[in-house]
Design a protein around this ligand. Sequence first.
Ligand SMILES: [Zn+2]
Length: 112
Amino acid sequence: MTRLVPTAAPRRTGGCNIANVGTGECTCLDYVQRGCGMDRCKHVQAAGLFQAVADREAKIRHVASFLRNRERLQPAERKRPAFLSPDNNEVFSAYCTENDLQPIANVPEREP
Ligand SMILES: [Zn+2]
């Protein structure tokens, strides 16, 4: 079976592709040749992983900021240094340890 490749395939310069994580579309030749019904190309998968990590870091930053601000309001004798650290991961880990919670895995699971 011969596949037809569109002659108006997007041309790129500089080795960059534009990937839409929401729809799974990409400007790479692999996506154009295989079509949108197939598995997502490597660019969309990589962008999805990057977005998942960025979302996770944003959530940790938000939670750590809340915990740090809450700790600043405590009296001096009750302040815990781990919660006042400028490192967001350290604050988040201290919170997880204190409450017997399991931290979020560092690497999100790969899409099937
Ligand atoms: Zn692609």
